[in-house]
Design a protein. Structure first.
Length: 153
């Protein structure tokens, strides 16, 4: 909001608000997006949320997973959001991550504080920290360091 709101005012000369009762949190950063999920799980007294048709052979902690997700044996998923149709193979460690739809994470990978865009595939024994893997084109004018950016290695 520190960058976007002033830019909106500069570009348009207008800015509107909406007063409401309840809880609001800016989820424009990966850490905020993960934290709101953890907050809601805690509020519901749930250790994790699991969608329909999932096969879970590993461990889930403070995480939300979508429909048709497979978590392999000895995998550990902590503080992460996993969208639909994802395969997390055997022995994977996934912490503080957002994983888009139709992704595959190779056996024995260790992924921390990363975002995987839709349809991304990671090789076996991949080790990633603080990366954004998103091969779809970046929308014009999209701010740097937001979910969905292309980060070149």
């Amino acid at each position: 909001e520190k960058e976007i709101f002033p830019q909106i005012i500069k570009d348009t000369g207008r800015f509107y608000g909406f007063k409401f009762e309840g809880y609001w949190m800016d989820i424009g950063r990966i850490s905020s997006y993960i934290n709101i999920h953890k907050f809601l799980l805690n509020r519901k007294k749930m250790k994790f949320f699991k969608g329909d048709n999932c096969i879970i052979k590993g461990d889930l902690f403070e995480s939300c997973i979508g429909n048709n997700v497979i978590v392999g044996k000895d995998a550990k998923i902590e503080s992460s959001i996993i969208y639909d149709n994802v395969l997390i193979n055997e022995g994977v460690i996934l912490k503080n991550c957002v994983v888009g739809e139709n992704c595959k994470v190779g056996k024995g990978s260790n992924i921390s504080s990363c975002v995987l865009g839709d349809n991304e595939n990671l090789d076996e024994k991949s080790i990633l920290k603080d990366e954004i893997i998103w091969t779809k084109p970046k929308p014009e004018g999209y701010p740097d360091k937001q979910v969905g950016n292309i980060i070149k290695k």
